[in-house]
Design a protein around this ligand. Structure first.
Ligand code: GLN
Length: 487
């Protein structure tokens, strides 16, 4: 068994056949983490003893004939999702030492199916960022090239999966935080439709945009995890009770009878030539598989970044008000009054990007500016959503690049917040519209860096985009086939 390349599906098959045990899997991953993570810094915390104990328990369950869709599978969890008893810091100083008192619903669902929790993955503080450089615990490096960023904010999850330190990981996606790091590191990342997956136990960033989803090494693995994570939850009133397709319903051999849209606004100026070439080659592959490819238009795309960077900070400024030094984690010492304690805790507990978001959000919600900014952004959001509804009358899925460029170099955008924000230009629209979207690795550039294809689908039609991605992956010779597709 080579843990650096097997998929979650293959791990399960090997467990079923007795080729290896869950304990073997966890030990091999822990060895890999020990060898690699001092450089990559994908994990904030690894609880080796607890993971091995869970693995032994899973092996005993299997020996007793018990079953589970994830029985014995080690996964890594982004540090903004609660795993009972483990630290949950959102890579922020303000949550130093905080331990989750309960499991997030997604974690409880994985636990029920027998998954093993390997550790906590690094992220941009409170999921605000696109490079995992805004972590209070040091940046994560891209395992494919350590001078480059892994993307963000779920950069630790993507790097762990891409580098063979976890078979799969959970991330969260508010404006692209699953898909953009998946594209930069070369893994599959799925952002489910708004309302599909419970956010109970996810530390909220922007509640009208946040979704939890998987980062994996294959499309089938993403479909399997999606099947476990998705579904209504009484603890999250925004979840919707729509039947969840199983992995078989998400698999396609060809694309006959499938209409795919290419939005002209996503292939405009600013798109790097290597990304364009790789995505267009993937579009040709779709045609060869029988898809009917047509141009579509999403005319309000130009307002997306402005709308996102008003709505997301506005909601963040409200959600982050709870971190006041009283209820969670860190409290500044030596304060002379309660007000002084709040000020000192928040001033020294939050990093610069989080403070920038809180200030932006507070500003756009303040009286006198609310109509000019927040209300206008909500209107733009409605127009963007309507664009997608109209486009999906003409096609089953929309194909775009996931990112405008391949992974950028560490430090390249940290001094220029607007440049960092633009890393999400192709991904944030799906969050604004509430639709589902995934990133599939579609090739590598001359520097050996992965490139990502984004497939967007109508709300609650994850099978459309997983189907397209599975047909492509299959046509390319399996989950690692993209590595041979050089541009
Ligand atoms: N990079 C975007 C931001 O900074 C999106 C982050 C995310 O999806 N959590 O807001």
């Amino acid at each position: 068994m080579d843990v650096s390349s097997i998929t979650l599906g293959e791990a399960l098959t090997g467990l079923d056949r007795g080729d290896w045990s869950a304990e073997n899997l966890v030990s091999a991953l822990l060895d890999r983490i020990a060898a690699r993570d001092a450089m990559v810094n994908a994990f904030l915390n690894v609880d080796a003893e607890a993971a091995l104990a869970q693995a032994r328990a899973a092996d005993e369950q299997r020996a007793r004939g018990e079953t589970g869709r994830m029985l014995g599978v080690p996964v890594a969890i982004k540090d903004n999702l609660n795993v009972q008893g483990q630290t949950c810091t959102c890579a922020s100083r303000i949550l130093d030492g905080y331990r989750a008192p309960y499991d997030a619903t997604v974690v409880a669902r994985l636990r029920k199916e027998g998954a093993i929790f390997l550790g906590r993955t690094n992220m941009d503080e409170f999921a605000m960022g696109s490079s995992t450089e805004y972590s209070s615990r040091g940046p994560t490096r891209n395992p494919r090239n350590p001078d480059c960023v892994p993307g963000g904010s779920s950069g630790g999850s993507a790097a762990a999966v891409a580098d063979g330190m976890a078979l799969a990981a959970l991330g969260s996606d508010t404006g692209g935080s699953i898909r953009q790091p998946a594209a930069f590191c070369g893994c599959v990342g799925l952002k489910p439709s708004y309302g599909r997956v419970s956010r109970y136990g996810l530390t909220a960033f922007a509640s009208s945009l946040d979704q939890v989803g998987p980062l994996t090494r294959s499309v089938d693995d993403a479909a399997r995890l999606f099947g476990v994570l998705a579904g209504a939850d009484v603890r999250d009133a925004t979840t919707v009770d729509v039947a969840v397709p199983g992995p078989d319903a998400c698999r396609r051999e060809d694309l006959k009878g499938v209409a795919l849209g290419l939005p002209r606004e996503y292939f405009a100026e600013g798109l790097a030539p290597d990304v364009r070439a790789s995505v267009m080659a993937a579009v040709d592959a779709c045609r060869a598989l029988g898809a009917d490819v047509r141009e579509v238009s999403l005319p309000h795309t130009e307002y997306a970044m402005a709308a996102y960077y008003i709505v997301a900070p506005a909601e963040a400024s409200a959600n982050l008000a709870r971190f006041d030094g009283v209820r969670y984690g860190y409290r500044a010492p030596d304060a002379i009054s309660p007000l002084d304690m709040y000020c000192q805790t928040r001033s020294s507990g939050f990093g610069p990007e989080v403070k920038r978001r809180i200030m932006l959000g507070t500003y756009v919600l303040s009286s006198g500016y609310y109509d000019a900014y927040y209300l206008s952004a909500q209107k733009a959001r409605t127009l963007i959503r309507n664009d997608f509804i109209a486009a999906f009358r003409e096609c089953d899925a929309i194909l775009t690049p996931t990112t405008p460029t391949a992974a950028f170099r560490m430090g390249e955008k940290t001094d220029d917040p607007v440049q960092m924000y633009l890393a999400d230009i192709f991904t944030a629209t799906a969050n604004l519209a509430g639709i589902c979207a995934l990133s599939l690795p579609c090739g590598v550039n001359a520097d050996g860096l992965p490139l990502g294809l984004q497939a967007m689908g109508p709300a609650f039609k994850e099978e459309n985009i997983l189907g397209v991605a599975s047909a492509l992956e299959n046509a390319w010779g399996g989950p690692q086939g993209w590595m041979e597709r050089r541009v």
